[in-house]
Design a protein around this ligand. Structure first.
Ligand SMILES: [Zn+2]
Length: 282
């Protein structure tokens, strides 16, 4: 069933588990993620990001995401990730997305507050929940799930987080505590002290971007310390790519390779759902 991000994250925050946002750009990925959620009886947030649109098209991806969400046996929020322009965010909402991240983190802080607040008002009028970002989660070199910026992490401070949530009315908050988008050369070190302080100071669920490549122990600790949503993209593409390479080396047909890629995305998603503790929560 299609739900908003709020309907999913309220329980996650209360019961200290996290729900993955799995970004997708084609049928194999969408089917793999939804199949994982149904098998695991897990709520799920599925979506696509503005920087991925050159590889796909919002207009054609949206109907697929929304109809699969509506027909799923578990709660599914359809999320537009890293909306960088008001125009594209509004287009996503007109196409039926139930959840949105407006990313003004590249603007000056006051400008970020103003633009996020306006987007929240627009989205809330349509019953759509909104995630904002204060501080800035940068990119690893060659990152695909990119925010459009260079590797220039700006860690979120407690005061910034408190002021931003109060001023904008966001439903969830992405914070910068040491992760980056894309594939890591070395595992990131997360600032758990900062995370714990922010979680104690704000009421809304907190979001960890750049989740692909974070080690298991760090994920568990981050969720214990207050992360309720984790964004994953790169791990799914790596799983699909490995399945594709194996299928080619084994001389499989296109249809068999497609099925293998879908299964690989499903298994990678299941691994994350188990780690995040969302299995059986639907
Ligand atoms: Zn991100």
């Amino acid at each position: 069933m299609l739900v908003t991000m709020n309907e999913i994250l309220a329980d996650a925050k209360k019961n200290k588990y996290a729900v993955g946002l799995f970004n997708t750009l084609n049928t194999e990925m969408i089917r793999g993620v939804i199949a994982a959620a149904e098998e695991a009886k897990s709520p799920v947030i599925i979506g696509t990001a503005e920087v991925l649109l050159p590889h796909s098209s919002l207009q054609y991806l949206a109907p697929q995401l929304v109809s699969m969400a509506k027909n799923a046996s578990v709660p599914v929020a359809v999320h537009y990730d890293h909306g960088l322009t008001e125009e594209k965010c509004k287009e996503a909402l007109s196409l039926g997305f139930s959840s949105l991240m407006f990313d003004g983190s590249l603007s000056e802080p006051e400008e970020n507050v103003r633009r996020t607040k306006d987007m929240v008002a627009y989205a809330h009028a349509l019953g759509v929940s909104v995630e904002g970002e204060i501080g800035h989660v940068g990119d690893n070199e060659g990152a695909e799930e990119a925010s459009g910026a260079a590797a220039d992490d700006r860690y979120t401070t407690v005061k910034e987080a408190v002021d931003f949530v109060a001023a904008t009315g966001v439903d969830a908050l992405a914070i910068a505590i040491g992760t980056a988008h894309g594939a890591y050369k070395q595992p990131p070190k997360l600032d758990f002290v900062r995370l714990t302080e922010i979680a104690a100071a704000v009421d809304v669920p907190l979001v960890l971007h750049g989740g692909s490549g974070v080690d298991e122990a760090s994920f568990k600790k981050a969720i214990e310390c207050g992360i309720s949503k984790v964004n994953i993209f790169t791990d799914l593409t790596v799983a699909a790519e490995n399945a594709m390479k194996t299928a080619v080396s084994e001389g499989k047909s296109y249809l068999a390779a497609k099925a293998d890629m879908e299964e690989a995305v499903k298994q990678a998603t299941l691994t994350k759902m188990r780690l995040f503790g969302s299995v059986g929560k639907a």
